[in-house]
Design a protein around this ligand. Structure first.
Ligand code: GLA
Length: 666
């Protein structure tokens, strides 16, 4: 359920008028009208104002703000402020303060200062949310609920006494019998057998590695506790305002490791994502695209909301680099191209005080006689021209497997190499596909993937038997699966699948691994065909698969590095290393084999995405780019195209109707 209002693309962001004198509200409302702001998120950190003392709810100050916004035609995404429990509450219930894995109880003075499992926090949450919901149940300005803020960030796991008590209940419900838990956790290893539930602690800091199955379960449990805290609020709000969608904003789909967003997605009415550029990373617009594609994927392809991004610099990175002219526009339109029906920011007016005073806003400290404000006004106008886009979908022929449980498991202690990280391989494959102008979806390995021409499994270390069967069926049915090394190794308890690696995928890939040979830091080995590879080498023993490339040097010289295995109507490909420059070339072979359509001959600085009848051409480079075969009307200037379109450096062209690119079948 996407919010019905505002119509078209939502534009605006977090708004914190409580930090300003009353007259600034008047100025803000006038500026919102000037820029075309139509949605703001209110009250995210306002618990102390909404409930200044236990049970005393005061919404008058907020009524005044919401009424004023409503009169100006600005809709409200109203927050439950549970991310910021007040000082009086924490002083009365110091046991709600979360404890880190190292055993440090955090103090008051930041935010996220209550444990999702703490009974006092849950009770106070329920009372406050009910009071808030009832007070605003009929307010016409309120169009949706914004529960909490970025669950799990920055602290995904809490190790307090309430968490441990809830954890033991979770374990009982999951395993029922303590011997089942001992089996699942491989507790005979290092003699960790439990004879009573009360002996089980959270996997807190230890001077050596802690049982990986215990840690994996704790990650599942902890994420579930946040979801319970969310669902508690969601259920109250649904009861009072069944007509309003409820969401919570993710702390960045690709960055918030502690939240399994496939699970979260089932609980939300609309997916809401926050994304901030990693300012110093070259080509950081590729990470942005990945975050947006993952948001769309967890939304099941439905339009989602970009709940926060920044107009310029953030304030929490080592060097907070301001966006260059045009960058905010490119970023915003890239999110829209990839399925967002909103462009919202943190925050409307930059704060004067507090921890985030050096963070950009729509209204900067410099005021409206600034490049920043002029860009904001222009963006508002652009988005109004894209109103028809609302609700339309992006179609992808290629998918990448993304599983948070595998992410957690892969990055526990004592793996064969510290260079094996989840994001390292996913990013490498995503970037290669982005540069090939291929739009991708992300999928869980157990999902229905039969509609994709190619599925890539970059770091699928943990793969259940059921998921492995799903991949098998996909290939037999005609799919192309490309698996990279260190995939299909363990089951859901971090126990190695029986036999030689990769136990879950041996048959499907037509090979086994005799030995891992991780490379030294900066070491490279030659491959046949001229490329070199890094990070990983291993001894592949084909059993049906054919070698496409071999290692030409290193511990596995003369043995396969890249294989294919035709199975049923499809093909399973396996890449046993990390090519230094040739990944895109290898991927191209798979894409061509699978007839994946994509534009040819375009530079990899141009982002090309189709959404419904709209084609977005975003030029991230310093040179103009000409795209051939463009037919349609340019949305921003109304120019009709029937042939080449030139996109200036840094510019964005959106063409509605059809586009046929060079070399692409008509
Ligand atoms: C997060 C939070 C916001 C704000 C921004 C700053 O995304 O949700 O409240 O702190 O970061 O970038």
């Amino acid at each position: 359920m996407y919010p019905e209002r505002p119509a078209g693309i939502a534009f605006g962001g977090d708004y914190n008028p409580e930090q300003w004198p009353r007259e600034v509200l008047e100025e803000d409302v006038a500026l919102m009208r000037e820029a075309g702001v139509n949605l703001v998120s209110l009250g995210i950190h306002s618990w102390a104002l909404m409930e200044p003392a236990e049970g005393r709810y005061e919404f008058g100050w907020l009524d005044e703000i919401i009424d004023r916004l409503h009169a100006a035609g600005v809709a409200v995404d109203l927050a439950t402020p549970t991310v910021a429990p007040p000082a009086w509450f924490v002083a009365a219930h110091p046991d709600v303060l979360p404890v880190t894995r190292e055993g440090i109880r955090i103090g008051f003075g930041g935010r996220q200062t209550a444990c999702s499992s703490a009974p006092a926090f849950r009770e106070a949450t329920a009372r406050l949310v009910r009071a808030l919901g009832e007070h605003y149940r009929d307010h016409p300005a309120v169009v949706m609920w914004h529960v909490h803020n970025e669950y799990g960030a920055p602290l995904g796991e809490c190790y307090c006494e309430h968490s441990v008590a809830a954890w033991r209940e979770w374990l009982k419900a999951t395993y029922r019998d303590i011997s089942a838990l001992n089996d699942a956790w491989g507790a005979t290893f290092w003699g960790q057998i439990y004879t009573d539930w009360s002996q089980i602690d959270a996997p807190r800091f230890n001077h050596t590695a802690v049982n990986p199955a215990q840690r994996l379960d704790y990650a599942r449990f902890s994420d579930g506790q946040h979801r319970e805290h969310y669902a508690l609020q969601r259920d109250i709000l649904r009861e009072i305002t069944p007509h309003l969608p409820v969401t919570t904003n993710f702390a960045g789909t690709v960055n918030c490791k502690s939240a399994d967003l496939w699970q979260w997605a089932r609980e939300l009415d609309v997916i809401a994502n926050d994304h901030y550029l990693r300012a110093e990373q070259p080509d950081n617009h590729i990470d942005l695209a990945m975050s947006a594609d993952l948001a769309r994927s967890v939304a099941g392809g439905a339009p989602w909301m970009l709940m926060e991004h920044s107009t310029g610099a953030v304030n929490w990175q080592p060097r907070n680099i301001a966006k260059r002219p045009g960058e905010m526009r490119r970023n915003s339109l890239a999110h829209v191209a990839r399925g967002s029906d909103s462009v919202l920011f943190f925050q409307f007016r930059a704060s004067r005080f507090g921890a985030e005073k050096f963070h950009s806003g729509l209204v900067p400290h410099a005021g409206t006689d600034s490049e920043q404000w002029r860009e904001v006004v222009r963006l508002g106008a652009d988005l109004r021209r894209l109103a028809d886009l609302r609700g339309s979908r992006v179609r992808a022929e290629v998918a990448i497997v993304w599983d948070w449980e595998s992410y957690w498991a892969l990055e526990l202690d004592w793996r064969p190499s510290v260079d094996l990280t989840f994001r390292e391989r996913v990013d490498a494959f995503y970037e290669a596909l982005w540069r090939e102008h291929v739009t991708v979806d992300f999928v869980h390995p157990s999902a229905d993937i039969s509609g994709y021409r190619v599925v890539v499994a970059p770091s699928s270390y943990l793969l259940t038997e059921a998921s492995a069967k799903n991949l098998h069926r996909y290939v037999e049915g005609g799919g192309n699966l490309l698996v990279s090394y260190f995939s299909g190794i363990v089951d859901e308890h971090d126990t190695i699948h029986p036999g030689a690696h990769p136990g879950a995928l041996r048959e499907l890939l037509g090979l086994s691994i005799e030995e891992f040979h991780p490379l030294r830091e900066s070491e490279t080995v030659a491959l046949t065909g001229g490329d070199t590879a890094r990070i990983w080498s291993e001894r592949v023993r084909p059993a049906g698969a054919a070698a496409v490339l071999d290692f030409a040097a290193g511990p596995d010289a003369g043995h396969p590095a890249f294989t294919r295995h035709d199975l049923g109507a499809g093909t399973a490909w396996y890449l046993a290393t990390a090519p230094v420059t040739g990944l895109r070339g290898l991927l191209t072979q798979v894409l061509d084999h699978a007839n994946v359509s994509r534009p040819r001959g375009l530079p990899d600085t141009l982002e090309l995405v189709r959404r419904g009848a709209h084609t977005f051409l975003i030029n991230h480079g310093d040179e103009p780019v000409t795209v051939e075969g463009v037919t349609g009307t340019s949305v921003f200037d109304g120019v009709r195209h029937d042939g080449p379109v030139t996109v200036a450096p840094g510019a964005v062209v959106v063409v509605v109707e059809t586009l046929r690119s060079q070399g692409e079948p008509s």
